[in-house]
Write a protein that binds this ligand. Sequence first.
Ligand SMILES: [Cu+2]
Length: 92
Amino acid sequence: MKKLIQIAAFALINAAAVQAAPQTVTLDVPGMTCAACPFTVKKAISKVDGVSKVDVSYERRQAVVTFDDARASAQKLTQATENAGYPSTVKR
Ligand SMILES: [Cu+2]
């Protein structure tokens, strides 16, 4: 019986891990107009709960963001950049 409970608990933990999958999205951030802008954008995105990685390219006017989709969403990311003064859209 104890073994069965252990298996059930293991399955539950795995299910939770599957639900909280890391996602990577690319955001177009056209409003970046100088080399300092990416720092502001990166800071704003990094503050969103669940974000684990942010790479902002000024040259490409893009932000590549990895986040836990159980805590963050693409919509929360674009909202964060917009609040910082840089409206963005998800690149498809
Ligand atoms: Cu700037």
